[in-house]
Design a protein around this ligand. Structure first.
Ligand code: DX5
Ligand code: ZN
Length: 243
């Protein structure tokens, strides 16, 4: 099946470097600033860029869809001021369609929405792509991957949650490795080259399992910002864990 913007993972790029250029076994590390030290956000963002993060992952929460509140599009100019990394937006809100334009205007490169929050998932994905962004669908641990079937040609990325959405530092639900494998198989059978991203519970112990299952983009909050050796060391160790 040929999608409108069918992406080969080897060429997947939100920035100037494709996966092929990144080299064999290459992975994307997306740092979730939900775990950042907010009193020095600018410095933390600069440290992510210097430390080799690929994308900045923004967890947007509205206190309704998930039991936590975080930040809105106002954070984008801060990210742009301190880094030139690609911005990966994960919308955990009840009405994502209302927020998509503001994130697009702020310079988001990729926007992922949850199946359960979109009254018309097809339309939401179309509108993200029409705005020039890459589009992703996020699957909670309980969300069946069958919800992807009718929109698979509109997907640049599938975000598989490693735990329930809403908080950093919750750990990894081991069954999610099997889910990643099933998503990988499903995408292959559908002829899709969408990238699989895993979000939640990634550590040097759990990342290899998710990698073997087929994930190539890894969101991390606490393993990066909570690393005793600092942000760069956290990123380095996660990247090394895939090898
Ligand atoms: C939570 C978010 C995740 C979270 C990851 O629902 O989507 O991005 O911040 O945090 P860790 O890596 O600590 O599990
Ligand atoms: Zn996330």
């Amino acid at each position: 099946m040929q999608g409108i913007l069918n992406i080969n993972p080897d060429q997947f790029s939100l920035d100037e470097t494709s996966m092929a250029e990144r080299g064999p076994l290459s992975i994307i590390i997306a740092a979730s600033i939900l775990s950042a030290e907010f009193s020095s956000l600018g410095g933390q963002l600069a440290a992510l860029q210097q430390g080799g993060a690929d994308w900045i992952h923004i967890d947007v929460m509205d206190g309704h869809y998930v039991p936590n509140l975080s930040f809105g599009p106002f954070v984008l100019p801060v990210i742009k001021k301190y880094t030139n990394l690609a911005v990966d937006v994960h919308l955990m809100v009840t009405n994502p369609d209302e927020l998509i334009p503001a994130f697009v205007a702020g310079g988001a490169n990729l926007i992922s929405v949850h199946v359960e929050t979109c009254r018309h998932l097809y339309r939401s994905l179309q509108s993200i792509r029409a705005a020039g962004c890459k589009a992703g669908v996020a699957l909670n641990p309980a969300t069946p991957l069958e919800s992807l079937r009718e929109v698979v040609h509109l997907l640049d990325l599938v975000l598989v949650l490693g735990n329930n959405p809403g908080f950093s530092g919750q750990g990894w639900i081991p069954e999610m490795a099997g889910k990643i494998s099933r998503v990988a198989q499903f995408l292959q059978q559908a002829g899709s080259s969408a990238l699989i991203q895993v979000d939640g519970g990634m550590t040097v112990q759990t990342l290899p399992e998710a990698y073997r299952a087929g994930a190539r983009a890894f969101v991390s909050g606490s393993a990066i910002f909570g690393h005793p050796g600092g942000i760069a060391q956290g990123i380095l160790e996660l990247r090394a864990a895939a090898k």
